[in-house]
Design a protein around this ligand. Structure first.
Ligand code: ZN
Length: 454
């Protein structure tokens, strides 16, 4: 076998020929292999948009280079002279090359490998170090990978019946993305920057009329714009509010109670300190000091109890459980609020909607009289959304699954931290949460797994 033929096989470029090659040292003093290639006749002069054969517009004298997958420790560059073509439909463009996407300076194999590693959960540092590219570039390649690997975006919208709509914040809550999930396959079908009715309208506009009409159930949080959108675009659908969102509301209300309890505890500390200042009797002073240290301790406990009170009791660590018991004994309202949140959470385990309704009504009546402002407010909100909350149980919109997808998206947003633009973040979500399979270079694409089957 000749060296050129061997290189062609190693580069995994079927529709190109190797002209020559050169081994040099790169800027960092490492070995780098440059391989000059040209596309086969069949693949020359094609439009990058439509793939049609086109006449050459002009020949450029400069070479273009693409980063290929490393050969062991040696970096690889593919170099070629690519003319511009004139497509009747798309105008003058740089001709397509068989080994790379148009506009990209990396080979398809390199892009696939990058996306595969990121999807596999390899850390930012590992991906960058292994591939010798910075994290921003990884972001760009993830975006290209999504474009490259998804043959037909419309495929995602087929057979949608049970969908979930969610907004997720990023950049510390300053920006939002809206995500639409197909609950039956547990895959993300659409994601877009921003939130609100105008953004969600864009999703429904991508669907055909039949597709909109065949949607039966839509879940989401209590946002008004979701309800408005559903009414406008899919009149046949039942609106559901995911119970896990309701528990999130309860946790927010509970956190408010916790902060109030902390303020009360701090007040107590200040009061004791003032008394110590005025106290002349040494014996009584010592007693007060003792009291002060206990009060300080308890304030500190409440301050750091956010996780202990918010977490499901069955997931608490022994230390968190002790802490919870301690502050429950210390602060009455906080203990009551915690109990109310727990009762609410247990109601949502009910699978029978009528039973759930009874329990929820009883909960609402009890909470009305609890005299804790944030929970009275919560109770009003829940009463307002009651029908939609019960719908979630009635139409069996699996709450655990919705929550799992939601958490996965939140995790991906953290992974995407450092990508320069939001499109890269959305691409990462689509790559990791849709049914797209990322093939490893030179291997068969994996068979799509049956989604949503546990
Ligand atoms: Zn074209």
């Amino acid at each position: 076998m000749t060296a050129k033929r061997l290189l062609k096989l190693l580069l995994n470029v079927k529709d190109a020929y190797v002209d020559d090659y050169d081994l040099t040292l790169d800027r960092n003093g490492r070995l780098a292999l440059t391989v000059r290639v040209h596309p086969s006749k069949k693949d020359q002069w094609r439009c990058p948009e439509c793939g049609r054969k086109c006449p050459v517009y002009d020949c450029v004298n400069v070479e273009s280079a693409w980063r290929g997958m490393d050969f062991g420790s040696v970096t690889v560059r593919i170099v070629a002279r690519v003319p511009r073509i004139e497509c009747k439909k798309h105008g003058v463009l740089t001709a397509m090359v068989p080994w790379a996407q148009s506009g990209s300076r990396f080979t398809r194999d390199f892009i696939s490998l990058t996306a595969w590693l990121v999807k596999g959960g390899l850390s930012k540092k590992c991906v960058s170090e292994l591939l010798r590219i910075d994290w921003k570039t990884v972001g760009r390649l993830v975006k290209l990978a999504w474009k490259m690997l998804e043959a037909n975006p419309k495929e995602r919208y087929k057979g949608l019946k049970l969908i979930g709509i969610d907004e997720t914040s990023y950049r510390k809550g300053h920006s939002y993305i809206t995500v639409v999930v197909n609950h039956e396959t547990n895959t993300v079908v659409w994601a877009h920057k921003g939130h609100g009715k105008e953004v969600l309208d864009l999703f429904f506009k991508e669907l055909t009329r039949e597709q909109r009409e065949s949607i039966e159930v839509v879940t989401g949080d209590g946002a008004r714009w979701i309800t408005d959108c559903i009414r406008e675009h899919c009149p046949n659908a039942k609106r559901c509010v995911d119970p896990f969102h309701v528990v999130e509301w309860a946790n927010a209300a509970l956190d408010e109670v916790r902060r109030e309890a902390w303020r009360r505890a701090l007040d107590k500390v200040q009061r004791i300190e003032a008394r110590i200042g005025k106290e002349k009797d040494e014996k009584r002073k010592a007693k007060l000091k003792d009291k002060l240290s206990k009060a300080k301790d308890s304030a500190e406990q409440i301050k750091n109890s956010r996780y202990a009170v918010g977490k499901n009791p069955e997931h608490l660590t022994a230390r968190q459980r002790t802490k919870l018991e301690l502050i429950q004994a210390e602060d009455g309202p906080l203990a009551r609020a915690h109990a109310m949140k727990e009762q609410l959470r247990i109601i949502f385990r009910e699978t029978d909607a009528d039973e759930a309704e009874k329990s929820l009504d009883a909960w609402i009546t009890r909470t009305q009289r609890c005299r804790i402002e944030s929970f009275v407010e919560l109770q009003r909100k829940i009463a307002r959304h009651k029908e939609h909350i019960l719908n979630a149980i009635r139409f069996k919109a699996s709450n655990a699954r919705i929550e799992a997808t939601n958490n996965k998206i939140k995790l991906l947003i953290r992974v995407a931290y450092g990508f320069r633009n939001i499109d890269s973040m959305i691409s990462l979500i689509m790559l990791c949460c849709s049914s797209i399979k990322i093939p490893l270079p030179g291997r068969e694409a994996p068979q799509p797994m049956k989604q949503g089957v546990k």
